[in-house]
Design a protein around this ligand. Structure first.
Ligand code: NAP
Length: 452
């Protein structure tokens, strides 16, 4: 019987567990059966599906149903509220598991590296997303929306998500699972203008068409695009010719540029060829100085030396996620990933049978949820190919780790515990005629998790 720990219960970790389980149940599988523990430092499973996918994207969130089935499969256990490196060491994990798959994602934000970015009122979009998603590590009073003008830096799907959430009313969002404290802040929002800044041209924007199109369907906000910023260089023309997503995006943005704003109470200003030079303010954010850029023919830009300032009281830096290292593992600081060969961790260029990676900590923060399925499958193929050379962990009793953690006073949230949280959130929602209301506070989550 092969014993595997998967660290991280987001899509990449769960797909890795599913792939392992599927292979192990094939007739003649070399594994001799498999037990997989999916470990997460949070009490709740599903990673960015729970704490990243926007609350109004119910269809994407419904992937939870498929992920849930995997965690309910015999031979797969969920062990939440268990922080690797804090509650249990890497060495201890190796005592209990033949193989470990690290699939803990890319949790931190990237920095802009400009003056003023740490002023009060300047946040990472990942922080804002975590707050409205009810992430237990975020203070519930972390955000107010006293700002009238908000600058969002970056033109990826996260930027579009945060701009859309800021543009919607609390009434629009009431049917979602947003915690009440978030709805209260949205209801008191002063935001009227959201300035989304792309440093390159429209053909280099990273958002996808479906997400872009939604901005044009907002009841409460106009989208304003400047015709003179929809500039294409040679590389952009080539991109538009071969990439249907970018071509459709451009068509949509051109139609917005040609339209007159209809006077809705909020506005999303979608800007291109402007890069943030500094954030102004004495104690708090008062504005963002931007520099006009121009395309250089290759799809990259250079500065023009032409500066202006957008008055703003809040900045959300939405310039991508970044992975973090874990003590005891190699780490590539340049791109925030763990070095690997087809999913097998590499230490100083040498393969380590028994240690694997999957998801964003393997390939960087790119792709959609489904991308993680093929990614995890590659990793598990590698793991299975390594079986003949993989040393067996000395401890074979699946309960031994749980006993050790109980002795340490670690309150592991198992599947039953999560079901307790799940039911409590559904009951909270039903009391208000909503499907679910998320619980954000860690102690409340743990209170609802049934203790074994
Ligand atoms: P992203 O797609 O990598 O976009 C990052 C944006 O930040 C780019 O426009 C980038 O511009 C810009 N940027 C980077 N450094 C900058 C700087 N110093 N100054 C100004 N702009 C800068 O990242 P993301 O939006 O965080 O999304 C992460 C992943 O999650 C993506 O794969 C995304 O599709 C996925 N996601 C999907 C959904 C969905 O499907 N609905 C929702 C959310 C996230 P350059 O291109 O010029 O570098």
């Amino acid at each position: 019987m092969l014993r595997v720990a998967v660290i991280g219960s987001g899509p990449s970790g769960i797909y890795a567990a599913q792939s392992l389980n599927k292979h192990a149940s094939l007739p003649g599988s070399p594994t001799g059966g498999v037990q997989v523990d999916v470990i997460d430092r949070l009490p709740c499973p599903y990673g960015l599906v729970r704490y990243g996918v926007a609350p109004d994207h119910g269809k994407i969130k419904s992937i939870t149903l498929a992920l849930r089935k995997v965690l309910e499969t015999e031979g797969i256990r969920f062990l939440g509220n268990l922080d690797v490196g804090v509650d249990v060491s890497m060495e201890e994990l190796h005592q209990h598991y033949d193989a470990i798959v690290f699939a803990y994602g890319a949790a931190i934000d990237r920095r802009l590296g400009i003056d003023g970015e740490t002023l009060a009122g300047s946040f990472s979009a990942t922080d804002f997303v975590a707050w409205y998603s009810g992430h237990p590590d975020t203070q519930i009073d972390r955000f107010t929306l006293d700002a009238k003008d908000v600058v969002v830096v970056g033109v990826g799907n996260v930027a579009v998500d945060v701009a859309r959430i800021l543009a919607k009313t609390s009434e629009d969002l009431r049917p979602t699972d947003l915690p009440d404290h978030v709805l209260d802040v949205l209801a008191a929002s002063h935001v009227t203008d959201i300035h989304v800044l792309g440093r390159r041209g429209p053909a280099q924007a990273k958002f996808t068409t479906k997400e872009l199109r939604e901005l044009g369907e907002l009841v409460n906000a106009d989208v304003i695009v400047r015709e003179d910023e929809l500039v294409l260089d040679e590389a952009s023309e080539a991109t538009i010719a071969k990439d249907a997503n970018q071509r459709r995006n451009l068509e949509i943005m051109r139609s917005w540029a040609a339209a007159q704003p209809s006077g809705k109470p909020r506005r999303i200003h979608l800007r291109f060829l402007v890069r943030p030079a500094s954030v102004h303010g004495t104690e708090r954010v008062e504005g963002v100085e931007i520099e006009r850029t121009e395309l250089d023919g290759t799809g990259n830009v250079k500065g023009t030396g032409e500066f202006s300032t957008i008055p703003a009281q809040m900045v959300l830096r939405s310039v991508g996620y970044r992975g973090q290292g874990l003590a005891g593992l190699p780490f590539d600081e340049r791109n925030g990933t763990i070095p690997h060969d087809a999913g097998r961790v590499m230490r100083d260029g040498v393969a380590v049978p028994g240690e694997y990676v999957a998801g964003w900590i393997k390939r960087g923060p790119t792709g959609v949820i489904g991308t993680n399925k093929s990614d995890a499958s590659e990793t598990i193929t590698t793991l299975l190919a390594d079986l003949p050379n993989m040393p067996k962990a000395p401890e074979r009793d699946p309960q031994a780790l749980l006993r050790l953690l109980a002795e340490r006073g670690v309150h592991v949230v198992d599947w039953e515990g999560w079901v307790g949280i799940d039911e409590a959130e559904i009951a909270l929602g039903q009391a208000q005629g909503r499907e679910r209301i998320k619980i954000a506070e860690r102690d409340l989550l743990l209170g609802h998790a049934i203790r074994r």
